[in-house]
Design a protein around this ligand. Structure first.
Ligand code: NAI
Length: 354
């Protein structure tokens, strides 16, 4: 092993990283627990065709740390964790996910997991047979996760519009939704209900056309979303949208969506700020599902999506106000707030990790 894992853990404040292999199913996975100072760690299972083992471990750690930031900003008694499963692990996925469920169970409630890229209802069902610390995709689970995320994005967009223009004035807004999947479709519906002009695109052309026809929104070619002159671009597909080659193309005033890691690198957030484009931090906007899941598991409550959305909107408002006062990019301000809070947990709370 050439990776300086312990150094990386110490540098970023990680508590635990597990490397998991199962010789029966072929499962190859990493589990990273970033912070349990304030409560158990939360984070989904990502299954992806990583280039190599090093990339998968780095992604696992980056995503786990981001979950701690999300929890801090949402003021949840929880921290961040993550699982990544290497696609190269084998073909017995049922066996692999069952084994993973057993590993999560062994963590004894210090880590709760759920869906992410590559892990949907089927995989979660396989895991629920082995552990109760996983999101049940059926009646027994929190439910309405995309709805909660979409409500957070919706109220966050409202806060951004009020911040720039003093009012939402939905009827005068042109909003482009990139990705008409679970979250993008609900978001588009909420925006249309307020009277906004909504344009949408999906890489899956057939899906995009069918959602557009169902909701009555304007359908765009997926390759043109960045160039649209509009009030808001809402990325609800994949991350890495804003980078050196796309910055000049952006025709929006606000970027605010559900996709994780919209910026290819943090300096692109500074670049947007310099250009007068308001980027609302994705790790605040898309925390609705986490908030719903954490309350469900920790205090047996199903908080209504709209209530969750309102809370996210208020958090966004506070961050944008502070960013204006400091004339700093909102993403940097949000990260600084999260870091302050995380540092204060370490001072006041004993760790709950075994
Ligand atoms: P989804 O998989 O249901 O939908 C994503 C859609 O984007 C798909 O229909 C896909 O065809 C489309 N797409 C992919 N690349 C595209 C491109 N370049 N242009 C246009 N469309 C493209 O995913 P979901 O659940 O709606 O999530 C959307 C994003 O929000 C993801 O990045 C996810 O990680 C993030 N997110 C979702 C949460 C949730 O509650 N579902 C919670 C937090 C973050």
């Amino acid at each position: 092993m050439t990776l300086p894992i312990l150094d990386a853990m110490a540098q970023e404040g990680f508590e635990k990283v597990l490397a998991v292999h199962d010789r029966h199913s072929g499962l190859r996975a990493f589990v990273a627990i970033h912070n349990t100072a304030r409560g158990p760690a939360f984070g989904g299972v990502r299954r992806f065709a990583y280039r190599d083992e090093h990339d998968s471990l780095m992604d696992c750690m980056r995503l786990a740390r981001a979950m701690t930031y999300k929890c801090a900003l949402a003021d949840l008694p929880a921290g961040g964790g993550k699982v990544v499963v290497l696609e190269s692990g084998g073909e017995d996925w049922e066996g692999a996910y069952r084994h993973l469920g057993g590993i999560v169970e062994q963590l004894g409630g210090t880590f709760y997991t759920g869906p992410d890229v590559g892990t949907g209802e089927q995989e979660l069902r396989w895991m629920t047979g082995r552990t109760s610390y996983v999101t049940d995709p059926g009646e027994g689970g929190p439910g309405l996760l995309p709805e909660c995320t979409a409500q957070g994005v919706f109220f966050g967009i409202g806060a951004a519009l009020r911040h720039l223009d003093g009012e939402e004035d939905w009827a005068a807004r042109k909003i482009v939704v990139q990705g008409l999947g679970s979250v993008g479709t609900v978001l588009a519906r909420l925006l249309l209900a307020e009277g906004a002009q909504v344009l949408g695109a999906d890489l899956d052309e057939e899906r995009g056309q069918s959602v557009a026809a169902e909701l009555g929104l304007e359908h765009l070619d997926a390759s043109t979303v960045l160039d649209q002159e509009c009030d808001v671009l809402a990325p609800c597909a994949m991350g890495g949208l804003v980078h050196d080659l796309t910055l000049d193309r952006l025709g929006c005033r606000i970027v605010a969506g559900a996709a994780n890691n919209v910026l290819a690198r943090s300096l692109h957030g500074d670049e947007l700020h310099d250009r007068g484009i308001l980027l609302v931090p994705d790790f605040v906007l898309n925390s609705g599902a986490l908030i719903r899941g954490a309350h469900f598991h920790l205090d047996a409550r199903r908080v209504e999506p709209e209530e969750i959305g309102r809370g996210v909107g208020q958090t966004v408002q506070g961050i944008l106000e502070r960013a204006s006062e400091q004339n700093a990019p909102p993403t940097r301000v949000a990260a600084a707030i999260a870091e302050e809070r995380i540092a204060s947990w370490d001072l006041t709370q004993p760790t709950s990790a075994p």
